[in-house]
Design a protein around this ligand. Structure first.
Ligand code: FAD
Ligand code: MLT
Ligand code: ZN
Length: 476
């Protein structure tokens, strides 16, 4: 989709002129101001290749002061800015819609400190999640979040999208782990909320404004994150299950039997796993089943934990909830099973265009939309599958079609969002709203809440230069 096809108008922002480029070069030097079409191109296209902007300039600051100078200038000149981290976002929030300047945070990638006792990590926002996790592990800690995009996504992008991921069930969401933040407002003001305390009730919790606001309220430049201790023992179970009802029964049983060590409870249906094994030519460690469940434990005693998980497998095979399964405590096998799960998001892209939905639903309705959508699209869809964080009530539904058509798009939206709203779910569980879902927020947010969101945006970014056309619904 190109911007012309978005069927919307560019807002009356300024256009970047050579005098502006010269100003940016005076702050950043020539190397960190990209203007060649070929250099700028990758920053205009999102990971899913659903959105394509027409930016002419990419800026790569290295310090908070540089971010502040850039934003202060852009605010005065009414130049629109799109903050970009690792560009792995799945809702078109990380790329320009028209010619917004891309502010890429990738060079702000320094770890500032890691407290050996408290586990508080202080770092710049452009650090790659996987690098932070490796650093934390050298000191016997881990990052409190993990996701398939860890090799590219930035901690600043994670905070700005309030990313959930594979272990939210155990370590909670970023609102809990984020202890402090430094961010730059649209007018260049640096907001220092970079506390490192676990408890601090001194006034409004301003840091939370930036969590999940997807670059519309400020640019995150530094964060303080509480890292949990690295588990001494990790065990993984991968099980075949007959029905979704049994997946739910197994979730209840896992909470009862493994509660204190449970660190992940993920599910994927047959089509999600089969598409992945087929498209990436990887093998499924067990045979074909309608549903698969992945259970991970993080504990302190390998013998104890694997004994518990083995006993769980035995009991649940006897009860019939598990049809077949494998348990791993060797790192290579654990990694290969996680690899299969983490490859699901990109598997469908090999077959054509993928419509991706990321919704929260009450557990009794969790899987309901998948068969409903299969029936609705019939053989117009190559495949429709569901997978995700069942332990958190968050399902990902992917629908693959040979190529994008407006007809199928308009059959799916707002239909899916209406259904989710009827079932009292959320139209975006963890990926955010970005550009793709902005006109559907009202399915999950009351008008009073949307009004307050607009008031906050007006207060923090009166000229609307930060990530315009994103998150807030279009005013017609
Ligand atoms: P980007 O994609 O660059 O940006 C995302 C949004 O944040 C944009 O609106 C952007 O403007 C803004 N932003 C980025 N950096 C900053 C900053 N420093 N200051 C202000 N705004 C900023 N998400 C989950 O929640 N759970 C998952 O399990 C998960 N798995 C994924 C697996 C794959 C394979 C992929 C491709 C994506 C996955 N995602 C998942 C989606 C995505 O949200 C996360 O990958 C990640 O949080 C985005 O980080 P990023 O650095 O790539 O941000
Ligand atoms: C996941 O859980 O794999 C991610 O959120 C990405 C996706 O939904 O495809
Ligand atoms: Zn997810």
């Amino acid at each position: 989709l190109s911007s012309e096809k978005y069927n919307m108008s560019r807002k009356s922002f300024g256009s970047v002129e050579s005098s502006d480029v010269n100003f940016f070069k005076s702050i950043l030097g020539d190397d960190r101001v990209l203007t060649d079409e070929g250099d700028v191109q990758p920053y205009n296209v999102d990971w899913l290749q659903h959105c394509r902007g027409q930016s002419k300039v990419v800026l790569k600051p290295k310090t908070t002061q540089e971010v502040s100078k850039i934003l202060s200038y852009c605010n005065q000149k009414k130049l629109a800015v799109c903050p970009q981290g690792g560009n792995t976002g799945l809702v078109g929030g990380s790329v320009p819609v028209f010619d917004e300047i891309v502010l890429h945070l990738g060079l702000m990638n320094k770890v500032l400190s890691l407290d050996e006792i408290s586990g508080v990590l202080l770092c710049e926002s452009g650090c790659i999640l996987e690098n932070l996790d490796s650093h934390a592990r050298e000191h016997n800690f881990i990052m409190p979040l993990d996701l398939g995009a860890k090799g590219s996504c930035h901690i600043g992008g994670n905070v700005s999208t309030n990313a959930g991921g594979l272990r939210l069930l155990r370590y909670g969401n970023l609102h809990g782990s984020l202890l402090g933040i430094e961010a730059v407002k649209a007018d260049g003001t640096i907001i220092d909320c970079l506390g490192t305390l676990k408890k601090d009730n001194t006034g409004y919790h301003l840091k939370h404004l930036f969590v999940g606001s997807e670059g519309t309220l400020g640019v995150v430049t530094k964060v303080a994150i509480h890292c949990p201790i690295m588990p001494k023992a990790v065990t993984l179970g991968y099980f075949g299950v007959e029905s979704f009802e049994n997946v739910l029964r197994l979730l209840k049983a896992a909470k009862l039997s493994l509660g204190e060590i449970l660190s992940a409870f993920e599910m994927a249906d047959f089509d999600a796993i089969t598409t992945t094994t087929k498209n990436f030519k990887i093998s499924n460690p067990i045979s074909d089943y309608p549903f698969y469940v992945l259970i991970e434990t993080h504990g302190s005693h390998e013998g104890h934990d694997s004994e518990k998980l083995n006993q769980f497998l035995e009991e649940q095979m006897a009860s019939g909830l598990i049809l077949d399964g494998t348990i791993a405590s060797e790192p290579a096998k654990i990694q290969s099973i996680w690899g299969l799960r983490e490859s699901i998001p990109s598997a469908g892209l090999r077959d054509g265009y993928v419509f991706k939905y990321d919704v929260s639903l009450p557990l009794q309705h969790f899987y309901r939309l998948v068969p409903q959508l299969r029936a609705k699209l019939g053989d117009r869809a190559s495949v429709v599958y569901g997978y995700g964080h069942v332990g958190d009530g968050n399902i990902h539904i992917n629908l693959t079609v040979p190529e994008y058509t407006k007809e199928i798009h308009s059959e799916l939206e707002p239909y899916i969002f209406e259904e989710v709203s009827k079932l009292k779910g959320s139209i975006s569980a963890e990926h955010g709203i970005g550009f793709s879902k902005r006109n559907y927020v009202q399915y999950s947010k009351d008008q009073s809440a949307l009004h307050l969101m607009r008031e906050l945006k007006q207060l923090m970014d009166p000229n609307g230069i930060l990530n315009p056309y994103k998150v807030l619904p279009e005013v017609k």
